[in-house]
Ligand binder design. Sequence first.
Ligand code: HEC
Ligand code: HEC
Ligand code: HEC
Ligand code: HEC
Ligand code: HEC
Ligand code: HEC
Ligand code: HEC
Ligand code: HEC
Ligand code: HEC
Ligand code: HEC
Length: 290
Amino acid sequence: MRHKSTILGIAASCLLALSTPLLAAGQATQEALPAAHKPVTAAACTDCHEAESKTHVFHGECTTCHVNAKSHASAESPRKVSPGQPKAEQCLTCHNKDSARLNFKFSDHHRAGVACASCHGVHAPKPVATSLALLKADTPSKLCATCHKDVLAKFNMPSHHPVQEGGVSCVGCHDPHSSKQVSLVSNTEQCLTCHQRIRGPFAFEHVPAAEDCANCHDPHGTPNRRLLVAAQPMLCLQCHALPNNRHGQTGSNATTPTALGQTISGAVLRNCSACHSQVHGSMQDEHLRY
Ligand code: HEC
Ligand code: HEC
Ligand code: HEC
Ligand code: HEC
Ligand code: HEC
Ligand code: HEC
Ligand code: HEC
Ligand code: HEC
Ligand code: HEC
Ligand code: HEC
C-alpha cells in the first residue's frame, strides 16, 4: 500500500506545481495504475465521510493531508483504526513559500502544541468567515481571543489599542506563524511601523525608548493614560532620582526641606512630560524638553 501513496503524493505535488486542479491528480494516477492497485481516493473516503467532502474548499485528495488514512479506509472496522490528525508537516509540504511559516516549528505556538488546524478550519471554518484564510473565527483578533482571554481583557482597560473597536488587529503586531514575531524579538520595530513620528534617529536619544517601547508602554492596555505601565511621576522615578538642583524650589509652597535646603514642588512631580515633552528623543535638547 505504501508505494501507492508515494506515487500519488509525487503526482499530486507535481501537478500542484503546475497549478492543475488537484482532482486531476487522483484521476491521472488512477489511470496509470493497474486496476487492482487503485489508490484510496476521495471517493473512497466520502462514501463514509460525506460532510467533510463538502466542506474542504481548496484542497484535493483527502490523503494529501490524512497521510495515515489508508489502512483506516480499507479496514474492516474503520472506526477502530484511527487515521490520526494531520500535523503541521503535512500542511507545510505545500504551504512552504513564506519563510515565516516555514519556521513555524520554532514558534511558541508550535512548541505549545498549537497546530495549523487549531486556527484554520480546513473542513469547516465558521461559515461567516469569508476570509480566504479559513479561520475558525470571524476575524483574526477573535480567533486569538479564544485562547488568549487574559490578553483580550486588557483591551477593556481605560487606555488601550483599538483592537475591539476594529482599528488595530492582533496580527497587526503579531505574526501567528513566525517564530520571530510571536516571541516578539523586536517590539520597537513593530511599533514604529505604525508610529512613524516617533522614529529616530535623534540627536539626543532617550535610552529606554531606543531600547524597547515596552519599557514604558503596555501594548495591550493599562489603567494609565497613553498605555503607560505606571503613572507619572512614578514611571520616570523608577529610573531617575529627581536631581533637585534642577527641580528644587524654595518658593512658599515649600514644605519638606531636602538635603540642600530646597524642596521639590508638587507641580514638578505631577507630570514630568509637561516639561520633558520629547520623552522619546529630541533633535535639539539633551534634557528632552523640546
Ligand atoms: C468504511 C467507512 C470509512 C471509510 C471508507 C473511511 N472512513 Fe474515516 N472514519 C470512519 C469511521 C466509522 C470513523 C470513526 C469516527 C466517526 O464516527 O466518524 C472514522 C474516522 C475518521 C477520522 C477522524 C479520526 C479522529 O481521530 O477523530 C478521520 C480524519 C478519517 N476518518 C479520515 C478518513 C479518510 C481520509 C478516509 C479516506 C482515505 C476515510 N476516513 C475513509 C469510517 C470510514
Ligand atoms: C488540507 C488538508 C486536509 C484535506 C485535503 C482533508 N482533510 Fe480532513 N482534516 C484535516 C484536518 C487538519 C483535520 C482536523 C480537524 C480540525 O481540527 O479542524 C481534519 C479532520 C477530518 C475528519 C475528522 C472530523 C472531526 O470532526 O473530527 C474527517 C472525518 C476528515 N477530516 C475527513 C476528510 C475527508 C473525507 C477528506 C477528503 C474529502 C479530507 N478530510 C480532506 C485536514 C484535511
Ligand atoms: C497538497 C498541497 C496542500 C496541502 C498538503 C495543504 N494545502 Fe492548504 N492550500 C493548497 C492550495 C493549492 C491552496 C489554494 C491556493 C493558495 O492560496 O495557495 C491552499 C489554500 C489554503 C488556505 C487558504 C489560503 C489563502 O491563501 O487564503 C489555508 C488557510 C490552507 N490552505 C491551510 C492548510 C492547512 C492548515 C493544511 C494542513 C492541514 C494545508 N493547507 C495543507 C495546498 C495544500
Ligand atoms: C495561532 C493561529 C494560527 C496558526 C497556529 C497558524 N495560522 Fe495560518 N493564519 C492565521 C491567521 C490569523 C491568518 C490571517 C493573517 C492575516 O489576516 O494577516 C493566517 C493566514 C494563513 C494563510 C493565508 C495566507 C497568508 O499568509 O496570509 C495560510 C496559507 C496559512 N495561514 C497556513 C498556515 C499553516 C500551514 C499553518 C501551520 C504550519 C498555520 N497557518 C498556522 C493564524 C494561524
Ligand atoms: C488554540 C489556542 C491558541 C490560539 C487560537 C492562539 N494562541 Fe497564541 N498561544 C497559545 C499557547 C498555548 C501559547 C504558549 C503558552 C503561552 O505563552 O501562553 C501561545 C503563545 C502566544 C504568544 C507568545 C507568548 C509569550 O509568552 O511570548 C503570542 C504573542 C501569541 N500566542 C499570540 C497569538 C495571536 C496573535 C493569536 C491569533 C492570531 C494567537 N496567539 C492564537 C494558544 C493559542
Ligand atoms: C500594538 C501592538 C500589539 C497588539 C495590537 C497586540 N499585541 Fe500582544 N504584544 C505586543 C507586544 C509588544 C508584546 C510584548 C510585551 C513585552 O515585551 O512586555 C505582546 C505580548 C503578547 C503576549 C505575551 C505576553 C502577555 O502579555 O501575555 C501575548 C499572548 C499576546 N501579546 C497576545 C495578543 C493578542 C491575543 C492580541 C489581540 C487581542 C494582541 N496581543 C494584540 C504587541 C501587541
Ligand atoms: C498596526 C498599527 C499599530 C502598531 C503596530 C502599534 N500601534 Fe500604537 N496605536 C495605533 C493606533 C491606531 C492607535 C490609536 C490612535 C488614536 O486613537 O488616535 C495607537 C495608539 C497608541 C498610543 C496612544 C494611546 C492613547 O491613549 O492615546 C500609544 C502610547 C501607542 N499606540 C503605543 C504603541 C506601542 C508601544 C506599540 C508597539 C508595542 C504600538 N503602539 C504599535 C496603531 C498601532
Ligand atoms: C521612558 C518611557 C517611554 C518609552 C520607553 C516610550 N514612551 Fe511613548 N510615551 C511616554 C510618555 C510619558 C508618553 C505620554 C506623553 C504625554 O502625553 O504626556 C508617551 C506617549 C506615546 C504616544 C502617544 C502620544 C504621541 O506622542 O503620539 C505614542 C504613540 C508613543 N508614546 C509611542 C511610543 C513608541 C513607539 C515607543 C518606542 C519607540 C515609546 N513610545 C517608548 C513614555 C515612553
Ligand atoms: C527604564 C529606565 C528609564 C525610565 C523609565 C525613564 N528614563 Fe529617562 N533616562 C534613562 C536613561 C538610562 C537615560 C540616560 C542617562 C544618562 O545619559 O545619564 C535617561 C535620560 C533622561 C533624560 C536626559 C538626561 C539629561 O542629562 O538631561 C531625561 C530628561 C529623562 N531621561 C527624563 C525621563 C522622563 C521624563 C521619564 C518618564 C516619562 C523617564 N526619563 C523615564 C532611563 C529611564
Ligand atoms: C517644570 C518643568 C520640569 C518638570 C515638571 C520636570 N523637569 Fe526635569 N528638568 C527641568 C529642567 C529645566 C532641567 C534642567 C535643564 C538644564 O539644566 O538646562 C531638567 C533636568 C532633568 C534631568 C537631567 C538632570 C541632570 O542633571 O542630568 C532629568 C533626569 C530630569 N529633569 C527628570 C525629570 C523627572 C523624572 C521629572 C518628573 C518627576 C521632571 N524632570 C520634571 C524641568 C522640569
